[in-house]
Structures are given as structure tokens and as C-alpha cells.
Design a protein around this ligand. Structure first.
Ligand code: ADP
Length: 273
């Protein structure tokens, strides 16, 4: 039991392309619909919800009928421009069905690094939240070149979601992935590997278990999720890494059920607290 999660009022949820798209490149409408339903219901419960969503390039490739991902930066950015519009259309449609409006917030790292523009971003997000609108945040792929190519901007949306969590002083970041949590070894390599239920500090040894930097997972995967967790812990925030295939798990987790890996400075895995 993790009863302390019940007290989370402001929740940032990060969803990645692998949850939003099928492996064959088509949009997973059911996943988006389910996610919208769960997040809308969390709103109904009285929680504040902010969604950080990737997927602009993937959805753009689908919309433009591209079988291969674009190779040049202008092409990638043009595809992202198309995909972001389509993605927001889908979110707007699905959240709308459950009575919620969405607001698109596209960020670049310079915006959140510079105090005045950072304050504006916070004010905008706070105003959307106050109006009951669900902010949907993404890196502005059409201008943030390095996000796609080198890791000099936010680097990835795992990091962006951790930054947003701190910016708006959310209680928890719920990171949806294609795996149940963080394991002592990649379960694809070792199916016997055990999952961590709670982690109170992101140590160099843990980073090694994620494959470390510069491996195939260094540009995404578990390594960037651990860095996001480290950022959250330093900001005194919690992060829950959980499987995005069944967004209903978010409910169960917020209600204290043991799902995924919880990164929290305070130990919580106690029978009731
Ligand atoms: P996303 O869900 O954001 O698309 P990725 O697919 O990039 O995330 O990363 C998740 C993958 O990372 C898992 O499917 C798994 O194969 C791999 N991985 C590597 N090391 C680990 C580990 N120690 N624990 C869990 N997953 C790991």
C-alpha cells in the first residue's frame, strides 16, 4: 500500500510515442481515448492534471502517409508541425467527449531557463489549470532543433516533464512507459530480472542498470527516465514509472495500490502508513 499517493492533488502525466502509436506506425486511438478518459475522471475527482505528450513526429508520419521517418531537420520539423496539430485534434476530441477543454503549450528550453519567460509559462499553466482546462505540453519540435538531433535542448520529453513538474510545483510526475517499472536489468535481456517497487535516490549504480549513458538506451529509454526521477527527487517531488498500456493503473496507483516503480525521498511501501 502506498497511501501517501492519495494526497497528490496536482499530477503531471507524461506519455511517449510508444504508448500513443502502434508498432506499425498507426495511431493507437484506443490508447489515447483511454488515457483521456482516465485523466478526465481524475479531474472529476478534483485532481489537477497536466499532460506532457510526445508523438508529433510519429503522428505526422502517419498523417502524411510516410513509411520512412523524415531524415533532414526541415523535413522532421515540417512533419512535427503537421503531427502536433493532428495530435491536439485527437486530444481535443477525446477530452471534449468527457467535458474537458485542452490547451496546447509548446516549450523550448530557453523559454524555461530565462526567468521572465519562465514566469510567463508558469502563469499560463496556472491560468489554464484554474480554468479547469487540461494543459497539453510538448517541446516545440518545429523550432527546437537539438531536441530531435543532439541532446542540447530539453533533450527529451522525460526531462521536459520533470521540468514542468517542478515549474508548477506538482505533487507527482507519472511517467507512462512500455514497461511495468524499473528493473535490476532490462527484462528483454533477462526475463528473471526483478522490478524495484521503491527507489529513494538515483545512484550511479542504478544508472548503470538502466544501460548508462551512450548506450542504445542513452537517447531515451530508462536512462532518461532515471535522470527525470533524479531531477524530481532534487526538487522534492515524486515520480511514478508505470506501464502506459493500461492507463486505468493510474487510478489504482493514485489510490495506493502497488504498481510501477515509485521514486520518492520518503519510504512509502508500508502496509497502510
Ligand atoms: P518509452 O516508454 O518512453 O517509449 P523506451 O521504450 O524508450 O520508453 O524505454 C523503455 C525500455 O527500456 C523498456 O522497454 C526496456 O526494454 C528498456 N530497459 C533498459 N533497461 C531497463 C531496466 N533496467 N528496467 C526496465 N526497462 C529497461
Amino acid at each position: 500500500m502506498r497511501s501517501a499517493l492519495k494526497n497528490c492533488e496536482r499530477i503531471v502525466v507524461k506519455v511517449g510515442t510508444s504508448t500513443l502509436m502502434y508498432d506499425n506506425g498507426n495511431v493507437n486511438l484506443r490508447a489515447i481515448e483511454k488515457l483521456a478518459r482516465v485523466l478526465a475522471d481524475l479531474k472529476n475527482e478534483g485532481k489537477e492534471v497536466i499532460l506532457v505528450s510526445s508523438g508529433a513526429i510519429g503522428v505526422g508520419c502517419h498523417k502524411l502517409n510516410l513509411s520512412i521517418k523524415p531524415q533532414t531537420i526541415p523535413e522532421k520539423q515540417a512533419v512535427a508541425a503537421v503531427g502536433q496539430t493532428e495530435l491536439m485534434h485527437l486530444y481535443s476530441k477525446f477530452f471534449g467527449e468527457y467535458g474537458y477543454m485542452t490547451g496546447q503549450v509548446l516549450l523550448t528550453r530557453d523559454v524555461t531557463d530565462f526567468p521572465q519567460s519562465r514566469e510567463n509559462v508558469v502563469n499560463t499553466l496556472e491560468t489554464l489549470i484554474k480554468k479547469g482546462i487540461i494543459p497539453i505540453v510538448n517541446e516545440n519540435d518545429t523550432v527546437a532543433v537539438e531536441e530531435i538531433e543532439h541532446l542540447t535542448k530539453y533533450g527529451d520529453n522525460d526531462r521536459l516533464s520533470a521540468i514542468v513538474t517542478k515549474l508548477i510545483q506538482a505533487d507527482i510526475l507519472i511517467m507512462l512507459s512500455d514497461i511495468d517499472g524499473f528493473y535490476e536489468e532490462n527484462p528483454l535481456v533477462n526475463p528473471e530480472a526483478k522490478m524495484f517497487h521503491e527507489i529513494t535516490a538515483v545512484t550511479p549504480a542504478l544508472k548503470q542498470l538502466a544501460g548508462g549513458e551512450g548506450t542504445v538506451f542513452g537517447t531515451g529509454g530508462m536512462y532518461t527516465k532515471l535522470l527525470a526521477a533524479e531531477y524530481c527527487l532534487a526538487a522534492d517531488k515524486q515520480m511514478l514509472l508505470i506501464n502506459g498500456q493500461d492507463p486505468a493503473l493510474i487510478f489504482a496507483a493514485i489510490n495506493g495500490e502497488m504498481h510501477g516503480t515509485l521514486f520518492s525521498k520518503r519510504k512509502q511501501m508500508i502496509g497502510g502508513e
